[in-house]
Design a protein around this ligand. Structure first.
Ligand code: 13P
Length: 334
C-alpha cells in the first residue's frame, strides 16, 4: 500500500461537509445503550440496529465513513449483503475499532492503558480483507487528583504509535484517538493543559515510530469544562480553546481532525464544531466522528416500537448527519 493511497483515503474521510458515524460500541457498551432504552441485547437486535443506521437513505450526503465493531464487520443486511460491501457500494468507507479496551495501569491508581497490540498485525490483515480501510484505537486519559501522570500519557502514546505504524504497514489509515474524559469537576483550563500534554506526547511518539502523518487522522476530544464543573465554559470559549490547543500541537500536514462527542448533548456537539469552523480557515478540516451525538435520538425512537419507527429513526440519523455536516463547514443554523 502506498502512502498516496492512505492519504487519499484519509482525505476522503474528511471531505468538505462530511464526517464519520461511530457505531463501534463493544459488546459491553452496546449492552448499556440498549438497556437504557429497554432493548434486549441479542446478536440479531445488534445486527438489525446497525442495519438501520448503515442503510439510512442518502447517508453518504454527509457521512464519509463508519466505524464498526468486530462483530458488525462480519454481519450482513437482512438481504445477505455484508455490511462492509453495502457501505463501499454506497460511498461510505468501512472502518474498524481494533483496540481491546482499557485496563487499569498497574501501579497507577485511577489510570488506564488501552490493550490490543498482541496479534494486531494478523487482525489488521483480516480486517483489510473484510473491507476495512481505516482503523480506530481509543486511549483514555482521566483528569483527577494528581492524574494524569506523565507515565500514563506516555504509555498510551506508545501504544497508539505502535498501532498506527501497524495500520499503515497493513494498508489501513489509523484514526488515533486520545480521549481526555469529560468526567470530573475540573475547569476548561485544566482540560486544556491535559489535552496539550497528551497531544504533544502523541505526536512525538508517532514521529518516533515513523508514522506518516499524511496518511493518518486524529480523533480528538474537545477542550471543554468537566461535566461537574460549576463554571461551564460557553460555546465560543470551547471553540477557541480547542482550536488553539490543536494549532499548538498538531502538525499541519495531517489530513484532518474529527471529534468524538464524549457525552455532550447532541446540540452542544454540533454547536461546538460549528463555532470552531466559523473561526476561519484552519490548517486541517475539522469534522466529526460522533457516536452518541449521532445515534442517541434514533435509538430512542427505534426502541419505542422496533418496527414502526424505523423510517422515523432513519430520518433522525440523516438529520443529525446533516446538522453535523453543516457544522463541519461552519454553516449550521440552530
Ligand atoms: P462518542 O461520540 O459517543 O464519544 O463516541 C465516539 C467514539 O468512537 C468514542 O471512541
Amino acid at each position: 500500500m502506498s502512502i498516496e493511497q492512505l492519504a487519499e483515503t484519509a482525505q476522503a474521510m474528511v471531505a468538505p461537509g462530511k464526517g464519520i458515524i461511530a457505531i463501534d460500541e463493544s459488546s459491553g457498551t452496546i449492552a448499556k445503550r440498549f438497556a437504557a432504552v429497554g432493548i434486549e441485547n441479542t446478536e440479531e437486535n445488534r445486527r438489525a440496529y446497525r442495519e438501520l443506521l448503515l442503510t439510512t437513505p442518502k447517508l453518504n450526503e454527509y457521512i464519509s465513513g463508519a466505524i464498526l465493531f468486530d462483530e458488525t464487520i462480519r454481519q450482513s443486511t437482512r438481504d445477505g449483503v455484508p455490511f462492509a460491501r453495502y457501505m463501499a457500494d454506497n460511498g461510505i468507507i468501512p472502518g474498524i475499532k481494533v483496540d481491546k479496551g482499557t485496563h487499569p495501569l498497574a501501579g497507577f491508581p485511577d489510570e488506564v492503558v488501552t490493550e490490543g497490540l498482541d496479534g494486531l498485525r494478523e487482525r489488521l490483515k483480516e480486517y483489510y480483507q473484510l473491507g476495512a480501510r481505516f482503523a480506530k484505537w481509543r486511549a483514555v486519559i482521566n483528569i483527577g487528583d494528581d492524574v494524569p501522570t506523565g507515565t500514563c500519557i506516555e504509555a498510551n502514546s506508545q501504544a497508539l504509535a505502535r498501532y498506527a505504524a501497524l495500520c499503515q504497514e497493513q494498508g489501513l489509515v489509523p484514526m488515533v484517538e486520545p480521549e481526555v474524559l469529560m468526567d470530573g469537576e475540573h475547569d476548561i483550563e485544566t482540560c486544556y493543559e491535559v489535552t496539550e500534554a497528551t497531544l504533544r506526547s502523541l505526536f512525538g511518539a508517532l514521529y518516533e515510530h515513523n508514522v506518516l502523518l499524511e496518511g493518518a487522522i486524529l480523533k480528538a476530544s474537545m477542550v471543554i469544562s468537566g461535566k461537574d464543573c460549576p463554571d461551564q465554559a460557553g460555546t465560543e470559549e470551547v471553540a477557541e480553546s480547542t482550536v488553539m490547543c490543536l494549532k499548538s500541537t498538531v502538525p499541519a500536514i495531517l489530513p484532518g481532525i474529527v471529534f468524538l462527542s464524549g457525552g455532550q448533548s447532541d446540540e452542544d456537539a454540533t454547536a461546538h464544531l460549528n463555532a470552531m469552523n466559523q473561526l476561519g480557515q484552519h490548517p486541517w478540516p475539522l469534522s466529526f466522528s460522533y457516536g452518541r451525538a449521532m445515534q442517541q435520538a434514533a435509538l430512542a425512537l427505534w426502541a419505542k416500537d422496533m418496527k414502526g419507527n424505523y423510517a422515523k429513526a432513519q430520518e433522525t440519523v440523516h438529520a443529525r448527519a446533516r446538522d453535523n455536516g453543516q457544522a463541519a463547514l461552519g454553516q449550521w443554523k440552530k
